[in-house]
Design a protein around this ligand. Structure first.
Ligand SMILES: Nc1nc2c(ncn2[C@@H]2O[C@H](COP(=O)(O)OP(=O)(O)OP(=O)(O)O)[C@@H](O)[C@H]2O)c(=O)[nH]1
Ligand SMILES: [Mg+2]
Length: 205
């Protein structure tokens, strides 16, 4: 299973990978754009692809890189090599997403037929669910989960890591759908081979 992780710069894509892996795998930075090229990290049988963040300047160029990566991967013969699921990260504290993020979600979910989980990172405050509610309404075909990937403290105030168990459960629940969609993409390209009709029957949703 391959998962693509994308979103704006500094939202916490690499920090999320480190939280999932339980150790420092990817470089992170609190003040500059950090991840510059796509890197795959294997954690418990899943490959997570960390990508360069969409920056205000140059977001179109980075968007193109992500689009061509997914298009290339999902044109391969073997559906096991596809990107099967996308995590689109949005910083909950910013309470905003721009039109590039909207286009990215549409590209992944509609054009590439991938299940998309929108991850609200830096979700420090358990009761603050207004923004996630807005996103659920805006992107009804995506799941939305709130995650705090790192413990944080500021004076007397503390927020512990949270949401990672929920993300794991949600990801597990998405596996059959992700597989079905990958096979459906192969079918559409006419590369179904001998068992094409069997697959069609099995995976018809
Ligand atoms: N407490 C807390 N800090 C976070 C979280 N996500 C990211 N951070 C912090 O935010 C900063 C940026 O995180 P990165 O993981 O480097 O962000 P990125 O999305 O990979 O950024 P680029 O590689 O530049 O695109 C780091 O200082 C992290 O420690 C989170 O969920 N909780
Ligand atoms: Mg990064």
């Amino acid at each position: 299973m391959n998962i693509l992780i994308c979103g704006s710069t500094g939202v916490g894509k690499s920090t999320l990978i480190n939280a999932i892996g339980g150790k420092k795998l990817a470089e992170t930075s609190s003040n500059t754009a950090c991840t510059m090229k796509v890197t795959g990290y294997q954690i418990n049988g899943i490959t997570y692809f960390d990508t360069r963040g969409l920056e205000l300047k140059g977001s179109k160029e980075i968007m193109k890189i992500i689009q061509s990566l997914v298009t290339k991967k999902n044109s391969q013969k073997d559906p096991n090599d596809y990107i099967h699921l996308a995590y689109v990260c949005i910083d909950e504290q910013s309470e905003r997403y721009d039109s590039t993020i909207e286009s990215l979600v549409t590209f992944l979910n509609k054009q590439m037929n991938l299940p998309v989980i929108i991850i609200l990172t830096k979700a420090y405050f358990p009761g603050a669910t207004e923004f996630s509610g807005k996103l659920k309404t805006k992107f009804p075909s995506c799941d939305v989960v709130r995650v705090n990937s790192e413990d944080i403290e500021f004076g007397d105030w503390k927020a512990a890591k949270s949401g990672l168990d929920e993300l794991e459960k949600l990801t597990l629940a998405k596996v059959p759908e992700a597989q079905r969609r990958a096979y459906a993409t192969v079918e559409r390209r006419g590369r179904g081979g001998l068992f094409a009709s069997l697959r069609q029957a099995l995976f018809r949703s």
